[in-house]
Ligand binder design. Sequence first.
Ligand code: SF4
Length: 446
Amino acid sequence: MGQLSPTRGRFTPHVRGLASKGKMDYILAMFEHLPSLVFADAEGRVMDFPDLAMVARSGDYLLPAAKEEVIPLPEGSQLYVLPERMPVGLDRKTGEVVVLESNPYEASSPVSAVAVFLPAAYTQTYLAAWERSHRACELPLLAYTALGWQDGFVTTAVRTDPSTRQDPNTFDREKIEKGILQWLQDLPGNRLVEHLVSCATCYGCPAALNLFQGREEAPLPTSPSCNAACVGCISLQVKGRPPSPQKRITFVPTPEEIAEVALRHIATADSPVVSFGQGCEGEPLIQAETICRAIGLVRSKTTAGTINLNTNASMPGMVARLADAGLDSIRISMNSARRETYEKYFRPSYPFDALSESAREMKKRGRFVSINLFVFPGLTDAPKEAQALRRFVEDNEVDMIQWRNLNLDPDVYLEMLGQNLPAGVGIRRLMDEIPCRRGYFNPYLG
Ligand code: SF4
């Protein structure tokens, strides 16, 4: 067996000293059926180690990954070997939570922890567990979900949306390439089309790929600037932090350019949704005047399709105007419904109450409101956070929560929050208890 050592730092072993001998034997027997730990060797090859059971993480807590908490690894998942982070597992014989410090199959050879980046439509219920070395740097802007082995790779996640619009095996490369050529030919000089071609071909953005494949939800980015400064912003990061996965759009398309793209997608796609507020831009409400005129142009030609706005909801007055112009739905991005936690992450230049005011402006007009919730196990399901989320949903008649995964190094997030988090209620239980529709994508509203 490789070199093992007890965990250190803020982690709290859950088991030892809890039970009498009889009860301990019963608990240890339970551990026998848990998924196994996986680790990566010095070459980055991922393998399982059955002597140790899979351990998952919720905020500051480590716990064994129960069988009912894991699912087979979804197609399209990406595995990440985590530098300067050692795997943490549960010793099935003692119930101890331990760090695997060297390769059990190759004495004194180094090992690394491994995590999963889940595909779209799947929400993480627990994080990957590791022990950080003092040489560790901040991890890239991804979500790090727990990984284990049980007759195949397993992970702690739940599918939150039946829509297959971003399932990897549904993208038809040939059709997309033909679509790109056709769009460029039919809408020459439309800068938004050119921008979206680079999104599709450089970033592999699923929304841009869907545009050129003529289906589901299409992106309408408009804004080079933002009025927030999210710690995990995916379109703009400062020097010394992990790079943002996308670059921000550098121009504001005209209402005519936007309407051309929207109308063509609505005319050609089944269940068409067109969405402002994409990963390759800042805050769309800053361009509300342009968007208002674009929506007017679209609605002057057709009532079909769903026009949606992904936003930080910072300007309730503008949201009201867009709804009057024909906006059908908004999706409000939040890491938390508690002011303190929200402001630590979003670092907004607007008041927190703007979010609920914007929701109410939409509901006053009978429109659809979603929350784009950045799920972080241990925080999202912490009792105070769960209560605040429920209150926000009920007070503002929120129609849907899109349970997305927070893309940020968990240790950086917890240090940023500086909160001592109690054990969470569990993400699955939270999903069951919050009284509103569950999903991952902006729905077509007919
Ligand atoms: S609201 Fe969006 S664009 Fe603005 S800082 Fe946050 S992630 Fe970035």
